[in-house]
Design a protein around this ligand. Structure first.
Ligand code: UDP
Length: 160
């Protein structure tokens, strides 16, 4: 054929988003969900969960030897979190871009429209989490929601 048909299938990706205890307690969950929708993500699943020390140890295993880890555990167990599976093309990178840099004090200067600039306080109490790679996204989605297929309807709120 003269023209080769170029099939360009948009690759829908998933990432794990979380509103941390400071964001939930500060009543930012709804505002954050509006920003998620306005950016074109689909929330494929969501649940509110109270993490315990063991769960934080698994979720943040890569930081378990850091000096800030005990304080991080205290923070992450201080109240419920809202975990969400977000779907969109390039979801991992786009969600990271929307949340902004780790340190909210720096985010307010360099990324003033980011979520961490809006509701984070510092380098620990930074309001939201986002998977930093496809590998982390797969692990973190499975951590909160188990393994399930894209397109499954899985919206639910667990008992606290
Ligand atoms: N964190 C902290 N102190 C630090 C750096 C990080 O308490 O000096 C916390 C903070 O809540 C951060 C989480 O540990 O979001 C994970 O750190 P990471 O460097 O992976 O940042 P992120 O991927 O969340 O931007």
């Amino acid at each position: 054929p003269l023209f080769q048909r170029s099939v360009c299938l948009a690759q829908v990706e998933r990432t794990l988003a979380m509103v941390k205890p400071d964001g939930v307690m500060g009543n930012y969950s709804e505002e954050i969900k509006k920003m998620i929708a306005a950016t074109g993500f689909v929330i494929a699943a969501e649940k509110v969960v109270q993490l315990d020390e063991a769960a934080v140890g698994i979720f943040y295993a890569e930081h378990s030897q850091r000096e800030f880890f005990p304080s991080l555990v205290k923070f992450m167990t201080s109240g419920p979190v809202l975990a969400m599976v977000l779907e969109k093309e390039n979801a991992v990178a786009q969600w990271r871009a929307l949340i902004g840099p780790t340190d909210a004090t720096k985010a307010r200067i360099s990324h003033p429209k980011s979520i961490r600039a809006m509701c984070g306080s510092d380098s620990q109490n930074n309001c939201v989490h986002g998977s930093d790679s496809h590998q982390s996204a797969a692990r973190e989605v499975a951590f909160f929601f188990g393994n399930h297929k894209s397109g499954e309807v899985m919206v639910g709120h667990d008992e606290l």
